[in-house]
Write a protein that binds this ligand. Structure first.
Ligand SMILES: [Cu+2]
Length: 506
């Protein structure tokens, strides 16, 4: 229906124009061509000036009306320190171009009116004018020089790297089709080395070199979380095609290029919370969020990380949330992030540190042991007083303790020293492979080896007994390797009564 009405309107307008043309032709014939021509030229000149006024007023008014949609104005004010400088340059450029735009358009339309054709007036022929040439070359040159020098100065500041003595949080963003790998340096503040040849899908997505100790605490984060007021250096790279690391609210934008590391240094200067509060002042954010109508738009708005390079079909899905926190909130968040190495690589065939424990692991295992031992002591029944010393192991077929066993044995010593009324029976178990007599004997020797270690650690021998069970008390199915591994174990039985006998209990 609307289309039909528009069509009819256009048709009618065309008809009117045609009719006016016909009327003018008729008038020409009646009044004489020259007089009509002069009147038409006059009217055209006046229409042009009127058009100019309406056009310039509307152009200026619409710029003011829609200014909150532009970066740098209202809700789109910068959220980083250097961003204000970029916005200021944008404003200077706008001011200069706007002024030139107004002056040239006023002159253009005014001349069209003022020098319209008149009877007896002849155009003047000017082939060249040096003064004019100098003016219209010189003025733009001077203005451009100021804009360009200002721009270069800002560019050098904004694109500059951090000084060697500056405190900086360095993180890494790696673009891929279609997403970002975000890596944080962990407690040591340093990102570990990488090699693209070490990349293994699902296992080592960034190609981290695990023999570099700096990699051990590195974190793979699912979202970008930043502390306010802290200088951030982002290492930017890509794994497949060109991407672009774009944080619009922070005025950060840098290409992510495969094989060519780039970087960007910036300082966020408002938290997500502060930003949302600013947004709440604008009517366009005081409406319910279409995705969650129970909340206002300003309450759910987040800073964004996007890809600004058309990198393929899933380009749009590279959007990630960016959260800026107060420094203490950030520290809390950072402390909760698990290291990628410890959660995914530790103990696998890629782990180069199987012969050592990290301090955090030692602490964690000690705490675990003490909790278990204390719980065992507190239970009413003595039957529940058995702990498996799961980190105490032996060389294959021997009663020689492995190097790493000492940590848990030291925990046991500390526990027995702290609880001087506790006595313990150490129980050796094997799996069912091999000869039963040999297994029985091996289990006895292993239990004795543990007892000896504890005695050497300062525990009175009369508080301890060792006993071997051979393969007679499996806790798992001996048919699988995991089952057998669980069955080869040393148990730590503790009680507040006198030390139990040196023979298997039933
Ligand atoms: Cu991309």
């Amino acid at each position: 229906m609307t289309t039909l009405i528009v069509f009819i309107c256009v048709a009618l307008l065309l008809l009117i124009v045609l009719q006016i043309a016909r009327v003018r032709d008729l008038a020409k014939q009646l009044r004489g061509a020259e007089e009509v021509e002069a009147r038409n030229t006059n009217m055209t000149g006046i229409y042009l000036v009127a058009f100019m006024v309406v056009f310039l007023v509307l152009a200026t008014a619409s710029a003011f009306y829609y200014k909150n949609l532009m970066l740098g104005y209202g809700p789109n004010a910068s959220a980083s320190e250097h961003g204000y400088r970029i916005d200021a340059m944008m404003n200077w450029t706008l001011l200069v171009t706007y002024t030139v735009f107004i002056i040239t358009h006023v002159l253009l339309f005014w001349y069209a009116y003022s020098y319209r054709a008149k009877k007896g007036r002849k155009a003047q022929f000017i082939s060249h004018n040096n003064t004019l040439e100098i003016i219209w070359t010189g003025i733009p040159a001077i203005v451009m020089t100021f804009l360009v020098i200002g721009g270069l100065d800002a560019w050098n500041d904004i694109m500059g790297d951090v000084g060697t003595d500056e405190e900086v949080l360095e993180i890494e963003a790696t673009g891929f089709q279609f997403g970002w790998h975000l890596r944080y340096p962990g407690p040591d503040g340093l990102l570990g080395k990488k090699d693209f040849r070490s990349i293994e899908g699902g296992v080592n997505p960034l190609g981290q070199i695990w023999t570099d100790p700096k990699n051990v605490d590195d974190v793979h984060a699912t979202e970008l979380v930043l502390p306010v007021g802290q200088k951030i250096r982002v290492r930017i790279t890509a794994q497949d095609v060109l991407h672009d690391f774009y944080l619009p609210q922070f005025r950060v934008k840098m290409d992510a290029v495969p094989g060519l590391p780039t970087y960007f240094v910036f300082t966020p200067n408002k938290t997500t919370k502060q930003w949302r509060k600013e947004l709440s002042k604008y009517p366009e954010y005081q409406v319910p969020d279409p995705n969650d109508p129970t909340k206002m738009l300003w309450e759910t708005r987040d800073f964004e990380l996007a890809c600004a390079e058309l990198c393929g079909k899933g380009h749009w899905s590279m959007l990630k949330r960016v959260t800026v926190l107060e420094e203490d909130e950030y520290a809390e968040w950072a402390a909760k992030q698990p290291s990628y190495f410890m959660t995914n690589i530790r103990g696998t065939e890629d782990d180069p540190y199987t012969d050592q424990l990290f301090p955090a692991e030692i602490t964690q295992r000690s705490q675990e042991f003490n909790t278990e031992a204390n719980t065992a002591l507190e239970t009413a029944s003595d039957d529940d007083n058995t702990l498996v010393l799961k980190y105490v192991t032996f060389e294959t077929g021997s009663d020689k303790l492995t190097e790493l066993s000492r940590y848990q044995l030291d925990d046991a010593i500390a526990f027995l020293k702290k609880n001087s009324d506790v006595t313990s029976q150490l129980r050796g178990h094997t799996d069912n492979t091999g000869d039963a007599t040999a297994n029985q004997e091996l289990s006895e020797r292993r239990a004795a080896a543990v007892l000896n270690y504890l005695v050497k650690g300062g525990i009175a021998a009369d508080r301890l007994r060792s006993v071997g069970y051979g393969a007679s008390s499996p806790i798992e199915d001996n048919a699988t390797e995991e089952g057998r591994q669980a069955n080869r174990r040393t148990e730590f039985y503790i009680t507040r009564s006198a030390a139990p006998a040196s023979e298997p209990s039933k």
